[in-house]
Design a protein around this ligand. Structure first.
Ligand SMILES: Cc1cc2nc3c(=O)[nH]c(=O)nc-3n(C[C@H](O)[C@H](O)[C@H](O)COP(=O)(O)OP(=O)(O)OC[C@H]3O[C@@H](n4cnc5c(N)ncnc54)[C@H](O)[C@@H]3O)c2cc1C
Length: 472
């Protein structure tokens, strides 16, 4: 029977869910508060040049492929790949890392003092990509999970956090351990708050590659929107949802009646929309200050697409973020695209992303923190001028902007769940017997997992939803 479904939130999670549910024959409406779809993934233009904000790299491309496969399985006609029109381009390296006077690519190049240790780490973990993809895309009760889980657990033994696991690798130089551990900031938290799986991910990214769609990461959002529209989804932007009740979603403009509601907003927002009061969270994931700019000239040849600057004392950074103070030194990314590379631009563009505490503050380019860290990064890269001074035009996104997605202080991934309640053991669940009409997807369930966890979670939850609707 065709059901009426309202999806709250048109980020990647909401778009993918809507596309699959509509393709399965249901009548689906997306209600998105912003005037663009894609949520944290957004496209802006600065001085006529394209730059995508939010996610900058696509990892675990098998998950994206699974989304396309699912769409194809649910009907006939043109293929999902053709409709979505996304072409992933592999970067030659995960990135170039700058740490305590050292610099190294991942995978670590031959001749580097970390090379041998990296080779061993990659040998032991690099082949685990398919097992992680299975974990990301299959229901925990699926038999396929058992062998994938066993394969992963056999690496960790009893050391189940990233920090605990890496501390046990005595044969690995401490600095390389720190470089691997800092990847947990991609989930917004320190390495003692994430599953050991995060250590493995660095090796898998090096082994299987990191990707950027031709045209920019926003192509993923645009591709999902194409799939949703092709399946008949009705997409309403600029409609901020103010209340969610059984069978009824109210926005600033109208009330929508439906059989099912799917929440694809950040964790915590839904509770407010349902009229529940919640206490401010004690722990928060990190926020960021991101400066996107058009450069006056190309950077030197040796600067790679994705550079990572580490703080000399990662512990101090984790402490500052936890106490919500600006760190003395932070972890920063520089994403750099030459004219015509990835984007259809005629000038070079760069994004400088500084990890920052979730303080909800505004920040501009003259801010001490921005100036200091831009200078430090530029010195490490061997640039004559600070990268922000090389920007002829720029736009800055700060914790105040990120707070607009609903999380206290602009925490990028809201309040982190304890590490043992993440991944397949996530809380909240996709659905509960108390409210069978209500489902959750995207970062409301998998906040810090990035695009693969959001899309993988969509595959799992929509499979369960469709099975429940079939039974009903
Ligand atoms: C700076 C940054 C860098 C990142 N880098 C990467 C990366 O390189 N690789 C990677 O894989 N992941 C990365 N991520 C994570 C990735 O962007 C997210 O995991 C993903 O975009 C989350 O998608 P989502 O749909 O679950 O949530 P969102 O994108 O947050 O979508 C939720 C949507 O709900 C809407 N909404 C909220 N409240 C309401 C309301 N009341 N009414 C109507 N609509 C509402 C919001 O406007 C938004 O569009 C990054 C994230 C950030 C912020």
């Amino acid at each position: 029977m065709t059901q009426r479904i309202t999806v709250v939130g048109g980020g990647l999670g909401g778009l993918a869910t809507a596309a699959i549910m509509a393709r399965a024959g249901h009548t689906v409406t997306i209600l998105e508060g912003n005037d663009w779809v894609g949520g944290k993934s957004r496209r802006i233009e600065i001085a006529g040049q394209r730059i995508d904000t939010g996610p900058s790299l696509v990892t675990f491309p098998g998950v994206w492929q699974e989304v396309l496969n699912r769409w194809d399985e649910l009907g006939d006609g043109p293929s999902a790949a053709d409709i979505a029109g996304v072409t992933l381009e592999r970067l030659p390296e995960v990135g170039r890392y700058y740490f305590r006077g050292q610099q190294a690519n991942l995978p670590v190049e031959e001749g580097h003092e970390w090379h041998e240790a990296w080779q061993r780490f990659e040998r032991e973990h690099g082949g685990l990509g398919p097992a992680i993809t299975t974990l990301l895309t299959h229901d925990p009760w699926d038999p396929a999970i058992l062998s994938a889980g066993k394969e992963l657990l056999s690496r960790y033994g009893v050391r189940l956090t990233t920090e605990g696991y890496l501390n046990g690798l005595r044969w690995m130089p401490q600095d390389l351990r720190d470089v691997i551990a800092i990847h947990t900031l991609n989930a917004g938290v320190s390495p003692n708050q994430t599953l050991a799986l995060y250590a493995t991910m660095a090796a898998v990214m090096a082994h299987d590659g990191v990707f950027v769609p031709r045209g920019g990461v926003y192509e993923i959002a645009a591709g999902l929107e194409n799939l949703a529209r092709a399946a008949g989804v009705s997409i309403h932007t600029g409609e901020h949802v103010v209340s969610v009740k059984k069978n009824e979603v109210t926005t600033t403009q109208a009330t929508y009646t439906s059989d099912y509601v799917i929440s694809a907003v950040d964790g915590g927002i839904l509770e407010g929309l349902m009229g529940k009061k919640s206490r401010p969270p004690k722990k928060l994931s990190c926020s960021g200050v991101a400066i996107f700019g058009v450069l006056e000239q190309e950077l030197p040849e040796e600067i790679v697409t994705h550079s990572v600057m580490m703080p000399d004392r990662p512990d101090e950074l984790f402490g500052s973020l936890a106490s919500r103070n600006r760190p003395h030194e932070t972890m920063a990314f520089l994403n750099y695209y030459r004219a015509g590379e990835i984007y259809p631009n005629d000038r070079p563009v760069a994004a400088l992303l500084l990890t920052a505490p979730p303080d909800g503050e505004q920040c501009d380019i003259t801010d001490d923190f921005v100036q200091r860290e831009s200078r430090r990064f530029s010195d490490l890269l061997g640039l004559e001028k600070s990268i922000t001074d090389m920007m002829t035009d720029h736009q800055i996104l700060d914790p105040e902007y990120f707070a607009g997605f609903g999380a206290t202080g602009g925490a990028l991934y809201g309040a982190p769940a304890p590490w043992w309640r993440s991944g397949p053991f996530h809380s909240p669940a996709y659905n509960s017997p108390k409210n069978p009409w209500l489902w959750r997807v995207g970062s409301s369930v998998h906040p810090g997992g990035g695009i693969p966890a959001v899309l993988g979670g969509v595959l799992i939850s929509t499979r369960r939803m469709l099975a429940t609707l079939d039974k009903g």
